[in-house]
Design a protein around this ligand. Structure first.
Ligand code: ZN
Length: 460
């Protein structure tokens, strides 16, 4: 039995781990590399294994850095099952279709740039994504499931996004038995809607994420106060509030928090728009899976039936409805994608609102270097939207506490509950974050910590 680390080694994206037990091969995650264009080009590199030789795939959650190369795997001949949670199956139906559509558009653009003489093929297309969806075998949390000969899987709630899971894998070869726990992405305890990451007590080896291994989040109460204050200031100045938000997770958290603070924040006096067809679809998926909410959200759901449905929320699906929002000069809260302002409908709202000092932009998610969102956070006085310069007179607020990932304390506490403090392998983090977390794991919990390099193999 062994495990090979073929993705998310000393970086955050592209999660992919190959487990071999006897003559069976299991793939845990099959994520896209995300970041600069040069880095993303590596998505087209051949897999370091034959996709046809894989017996089963386990997916922890729907985010593309974990799921986004599954259509490529299927395109290259993978024909087995993909085990994951029901909600992840539903979210992937949205995210993989969208990812495929973006791949098609990118390929079209590249073909056009080459003058059309040599058409560029997309990494995968919507048909590949549809065929991938057919391979999903949804399961529930806590149900032990045989995934192939010699391997059983139990999913535990990771509290990161809807359907996210910690994957517990029991491997059997002859008289040997091993329990490997993949943390997936661990959630931020106390986050709205979702339960806290479930504790795992038994493991022979832990493969753990380390995204925020060097950071501590601020308390939730301070974050809610901050949002309340931004809304109050925008109201006093008679402006609009723009919220660039990721379609899955952050959007639903905001709607839920708005519904909880509706009176306190005077939200009844605003027009609120969810201006993203993808976010609208993702919200419908969240609404369908109330069984995985935390106790508070379940209660809320039971009382009001629809925790994401504010009385003055408008879901704008068509481009015309979206354009009509441009006429509003005050008391409009506009939630739109993309989350880093790199495209999508938020760009036209920025174009119409950034020039006014009464506008407030509420940044609620991570902004990668090189994105328009990051330029705003860094205080740019001018940005470019569709090549056109736009003066920034609006106030930009960075609400930092809304992370969907556990911080350093959260990661350490989760590991602390595993009996016998088994060896831990850190993945899914930048070098600095990994080092900081590894130092604390070694010093405080005497853990044996490994930071694997790409392609490294560990015997189990
Ligand atoms: Zn994630």
């Amino acid at each position: 039995m062994h495990i090979q680390f073929v993705g998310a080694t000393r970086e955050v994206t592209g999660s992919c781990f190959l487990v071999e037990v006897g003559d069976r091969r299991l793939l845990i995650e099959c994520g896209l590399l995300q970041g600069s264009r040069a880095h993303e080009r590596h998505n087209a590199d051949p897999f370091p294994f034959d996709p046809r030789s894989i017996d089963a795939v386990v997916l922890t959650h729907a985010h593309l850095d974990h799921s986004g190369r599954l259509p490529l795997l299927v395109k290259q001949g993978y024909a087995g099952p993909i085990f994951t949670h029901h909600a992840t199956t539903d979210l992937c139906a949205i995210l993989l279709q969208d990812a495929a559509w973006l791949q098609e558009k990118d390929a079209e653009r590249a073909s056009h740039e080459r003058g059309g003489a040599q058409p560029v093929a997309p990494l995968y297309d919507r048909e590949d994504a549809r065929r991938t969806q057919e391979r999903f075998l949804p399961i529930q949390y806590g149900v032990r499931t045989r995934v192939c000969e010699g391997a059983w899987l139990t999913l535990r709630d990771a509290g990161h996004i809807l359907g996210s899971a910690i994957a517990e894998l029991e491997l059997v070869e002859g008289n040997e038995r091993r329990r490997i726990v993949f943390s997936g992405d661990l959630g931020h305890a106390g986050a709205p809607i979702l339960r806290d990451p479930e504790r795992v007590t038994q493991a022979d080896l832990v493969v753990m994420e380390s995204t925020y291994g060097d950071r501590l989040h601020r308390p939730w109460a301070a974050t809610w106060r901050e949002i309340g204050e931004i809304i109050a200031t925008a109201r006093a100045g008679d402006g609009n509030i723009l919220v660039p938000a990721f379609a899955v997770g952050r959007t639903q958290e905001l709607l839920y928090v708005f519904s909880q603070h509706f009176e306190e924040w005077g939200l009844g006096d605003w027009q609120i728009f969810l201006d993203s067809p993808m976010a609208i679809e993702a919200t419908e998926v969240y609404a369908r899976h109330a069984q995985v909410y935390d106790a508070q959200a379940r209660e809320w759901h039971a009382d009001r039936k629809r925790p994401f449905k504010l009385p003055n929320l408008r879901l704008t699906r068509t481009a015309q409805e979206s354009m009509a929002i441009n006429a509003l000069r005050s008391r409009a809260i506009i939630i739109a994608g993309s989350g880093m302002c790199t495209g999508g409908r938020i760009t036209h709202h920025l174009r119409h609102n950034l020039g006014r000092a009464s506008t407030h932009v509420m940044i609620v998610g991570f902004q990668a270097a090189g994105t328009t969102g990051r330029e705003l956070v860094d205080g740019a006085s001018e940005i470019r939207v569709w090549g056109e310069p736009i003066e920034v007179r609006a106030k930009i607020h960075t609400v930092g506490g809304l992370s969907a990932h556990a911080d350093q304390d959260g990661l350490l506490n989760w590991y602390r509950h595993i009996e016998g403090r088994p060896p831990v392998v850190l993945v899914h983090g930048e070098q600095r974050a990994m080092n900081a977390l590894a130092d604390r794991l070694r010093a405080e919990l005497q853990a044996e910590v490994t930071l694997p390099a790409f392609g490294e193999q560990v015997a189990l």
